[in-house]
Ligand binder design. Structure first.
Ligand SMILES: Cc1cc2nc3c(=O)[nH]c(=O)nc-3n(C[C@H](O)[C@H](O)[C@H](O)COP(=O)(O)OP(=O)(O)OC[C@H]3O[C@@H](n4cnc5c(N)ncnc54)[C@H](O)[C@@H]3O)c2cc1C
Length: 480
């Protein structure tokens, strides 16, 4: 960018937010230029940290006038390169907009600003509304509630209620024109209970990765917090048994959360399990007498009796369906609900990198997809690290192979990239669609969705962002 233009924009931004919240310092910009994944790094020109919708509106209007890219950012923890500024421009760091504006106990929703984190809402509800809870991802507690919903996250109530964008009950958004609009019941009333019965305009912003506008407020559903809970585990000796156990539990409709993981994940925690020198870590490899897959169902009850009855019914359902299955269980262990296990397990200490092909797909093709994806991990001599979460009572499934890696090891980075490229081909073949779609997968998806889908998608993007300033180069229009 021409220096004089940049200086002029910086002057304007400083007038809006104050000079302490605008930076062009390379040390400040560096952290926005990369993320956990091996995605190519790109630097922003400016970072700005607004505190109010009014400041945001002034920034967006200025950027639109100057045709300058704007990349909304909260923690950059999306594991898809989604906040790397592909075409430079202004990173809009929204951490200072972190108010929990309202919690409505009766209608069970919370209205939050973009910077509100999982850790913050958990602490807030525990202190002020202990009979209610939000849902929690496996991501670090510093990542955003709103961002997780707008990237359609999978969380620990997803078995009951589906992905996080499905429990958004209202939005306030700033368009590139500077218009501030409300979506859902909040457009016509003081309460934020539901998007319906309006046309579902939230779809213009959810799942778009910040490419169509900036969300300034979001209402998310919160849920009763039953006093009794436990986790029920089954150890499957092969993937066929795991598939059957999951299908049996799905039909009970009992758990709050239903996940499955390759045994390596459980065995050694999350540290360094995809390390190049896997053979130096014998614990990473499954011994013949060890299980292939661990299934965990989180169960809650209003009374001890209700909890016990649920656990028993689930065990019976598995026993009935999996007569020929090779597994042990059920066993009960303390619930890990909302304990932020990723944080505790130190996943980020394995050399700074984390990558995956994360997908949503059909349970009907789970077994074949998991098998082939794990075989690809064998081919690349990377420990099996499959992780799956059953969504919306089994109507679809979250599936990924988690790959922590050492960013300082170019050969390993190449291997991880090659593995992911092959896993992407595999999942597209079996009907699994990459979520929080990284740009390299967007371009592949665009090849398979068909020209009319693409035309409509681009038309929507152009209508909302005619100057293509919002997180450009991703959904909607190829990069420069
Ligand atoms: C170890 C680890 C484990 C994880 N496990 C899970 C998991 O189990 N489930 C899960 O769902 N996710 C998981 N994630 C991914 C991630 O935590 C979530 O997607 C997360 O909520 C993204 O939050 P963030 O605050 O870092 O968002 P960012 O990465 O900062 O932003 C995400 C996207 O939202 C856009 N955006 C930001 N603010 C706005 C706004 N106000 N308006 C419009 N667009 C905006 C950004 O441009 C970007 O495209 C995990 C991440 C890590 C690191």
């Amino acid at each position: 960018m021409i220096e004089a233009v940049k200086n002029k924009i910086v002057d304007e931004l400083e007038k809006v937010v104050g000079s302490e919240f605008v930076s062009t310092n390379q040390a400040d910009l560096y952290i926005y230029s990369y993320d956990l994944t091996p995605a190519e790094s790109h630097w922003p020109d400016i970072v700005v940290l607004p505190q109010s919708p009014e400041e945001l509106r002034a920034i967006i209007t200025l950027a639109n006038k100057e045709k300058m890219p704007v990349i909304p950012y909260v923690a950059g923890g999306n594991v898809g390169g989604l906040t790397i500024p592909l075409e430079g421009g202004i990173v809009l760091d929204l951490k200072r907009m972190n108010r929990i504006i309202e919690v409505n106990e009766t209608d069970m929703y919370a209205v939050v600003e973009p910077g509100v984190t999982f850790g913050q809402i958990k602490a807030y509800l525990e202190k002020n509304h202990p009979t209610l809870r939000y849902t929690y991802a496996f991501s670090p507690s510093s990542t955003g509630v709103m961002t997780n919903a707008l990237v359609q996250g999978l969380d620990n109530l997803s078995f009951r209620y589906g992905d996080a964008s499905h429990w958004v009950s209202g939005l306030e958004v700033i368009l590139t024109t500077g218009e501030l609009i409300k979506i859902g019941s909040c457009a016509a009333s003081k309460t934020w209970q539901a998007i319906v019965p309006f046309p579902e305009l939230d779809g213009l912003f959810l799942g778009w990765q910040g490419t169509t506008g900036v969300i300034t407020k979001m209402a998310v559903s919160i849920w009763p917090n039953p006093p009794h809970n436990t986790a029920v585990t089954f150890m499957a000796m092969d993937l066929e048994s795991a598939d059957e156990i999951l299908k049996a539990i799905i039909r009970t409709r009992i758990p709050d959360d239903l996940i499955g993981t390759s045994f390596a994940l459980n065995k050694v925690g999350m540290a360094a399990y995809a390390h190049e020198k896997a053979s130096l870590h014998p614990a990473l490899h499954r011994e013949p007498d060890e299980p292939e897959f661990v299934i965990t169902a989180e169960v809650t009850g209003n009374t001890e009796n209700e909890l016990n009855a649920k656990v028993e019914a689930m065990g019976e359902a598995v026993k009935e369906r999996c007569k020929d299955g090779n597994y042990t269980g059920p066993d009960t262990i303390p619930s890990t609900t909302a304990a932020f296990p990723m944080q505790a397990l130190g996943v980020l200490s394995s050399g700074g990198g984390l990558m995956w092909v994360g997908t949503y797909g059909p349970m009907s093709r789970w077994l074949e997809t998991v098998k082939k994806g794990c075989e690809l991990q064998d081919k690349y001599d990377i420990s099996r690290t499959c992780y799956t979460r059953i969504m919306n009572e089994g109507h679809f499934v979250g599936l990924r192979w988690m790959l922590p890696y050492d960013k300082g090891d170019p050969a390993l980075v190449q291997r991880i990239n090659d593995l992911c490229a092959e896993q992407l081909d595999l999942v597209l073949e079996t009907g699994y669609i990459p979520y929080k779609t990284p740009v390299w997968a967007v371009r592949r998806l665009e090849e398979v969705v068909g020209p009319d889908w693409l035309k409509l998608h681009r038309r929507v993007k152009e209508m909302l962002d005619p100057n293509n300033i919002m997180n450009p180069g991703r959904w909607g229009k190829p990069g420069k």
